[in-house]
Design a binder for this molecule. Structure first.
Ligand code: 13P
Ligand code: SF4
Length: 332
């Protein structure tokens, strides 16, 4: 028999009481799933706070690379995902595409010794491991500028994967030259060479949307995530990661209008009034939205039944190098 949402919530709460489990939920999850999270936050907060948690099982409501990051940082934990949904951006690069990007740089006369790779946390453990093995590290949208500033000190070219927009936005902010792998330009002329990946959700915001809101509500603020195109970030009043956006918006006076360019679920629960979604198309992340209460219930039940579902497993060598890449970030 199909359980109602209320019944599912009650059963989920019963399992949470009974089992040694921590339910973790990213800000982009559906409201009903987010509300059941013991730990909620952005991708960095979740990886760090989960590492310090001592439950035997972590049930991670988010996308695949986030569950993998928890497992990589805490190999002894058992990490399960109600849905192993893969972030569209993370799916744009695998080990082979990464190796091909390095070859493009080599063909332009840049040897591996002169490349410092940085991968956005939105990438698979396989890509993080490749980066770790080459002496590189991970960043998130919260700390990308700090990580890149530090990386530049060694005087190498930065290969930034997979998000072209985040790489270009940070380069613009810091007055650095950037290019995109295989865009026809010479990588030797750039400080940051970006892989051509992107987030389809954050490409939904346009200059027309910004014009529309500025005309409709003079004095409105525009705030966007750095996964948006550089033209959108340049035309906005504030650019910040998920947690930076939350802080910025929550601190505004209640009467200040704002239009926000990031994922719908997060924006819609942020501030009841004077907050608009910067798009005529609902910017929902399809993969974040895949996780339902039923999935969460099923995975908790599977633990109780002694046959855990959807457990994250990472091959030993990948685990080792991906952990090194993540820990280099945390050390900064
Ligand atoms: P955060 O790192 O801000 O949690 O964002 C992850 C993400 O997927 C944004 O689209
Ligand atoms: Fe990936 Fe974009 Fe979804 Fe974030 S919003 S998880 S980058 S597809």
């Amino acid at each position: 028999m199909q359980l109602t949402n209320e019944q599912l919530k009650d059963k989920i709460n019963e399992y949470k009481e009974k089992l040694s489990v921590t339910v973790v939920a990213h800000f982009y999850q559906r409201d009903e799933v987010f509300d059941l999270g013991d730990i909620t936050g952005d991708s960095l907060e979740l990886a760090v706070r989960t590492r310090d948690d001592d439950a035997e099982f972590v049930v991670f409501c988010g996308v695949g690379f986030m569950g993998q990051s928890v497992k990589v940082l805490s190999p002894n934990k058992r990490v399960l995902m109600p849905k192993i949904a893969c972030c569209a951006m993370a799916r744009m690069i695998d080990g082979t595409a990464y190796d091909n990007s390095v070859k493009t740089l080599n063909n332009a006369g840049i040897s591996n010794d002169n490349i410092l790779p940085i991968t956005y946390i939105n990438s698979s453990a396989e890509v993080k491991a490749r980066v770790g093995e080459m002496g590189g590290l991970v960043c998130t949208s919260s700390n990308a500028k700090v990580i890149i500033t530090d990386a530049l000190k060694v005087g190498k070219k930065i290969l930034f994967v997979p998000d072209r927009c985040l790489g270009q936005n940070i380069a613009n902010q810091m007055g650095l030259k950037s290019c995109v792998v295989d865009d026809g330009s010479n990588p030797a002329d750039a400080d940051i060479i970006c892989f051509d990946g992107f987030c389809s959700v954050h490409q939904l915001f346009s200059l027309d949307d910004i014009k529309f809101y500025r005309k409709k509500f003079p004095g409105i603020l525009i705030a966007v995530h750095p996964e948006c195109d550089p033209s959108i970030c340049d035309a906005s009043d504030f650019v910040g990661s998920t947690s930076q956006l939350i802080k910025y918006i929550k601190e505004l006076p209640p009467e200040q209008k704002i239009a926000v360019g990031t994922e719908f679920n997060m924006v819609s629960r942020l501030r009841p009034n004077n907050t608009y979604i910067l798009s005529s198309t609902k910017p929902e992340c399809p993969t974040m939205n895949e996780t339902t209460l039923q999935d969460l219930y099923d995975v908790l039940k599977s633990i109780d039944d002694g046959e855990p579902l959807n457990e994250i497993q990472i091959e030993e060598d990948t685990q080792k190098w991906a952990k090194i890449a993540l820990e280099r970030m945390l050390a900064l």
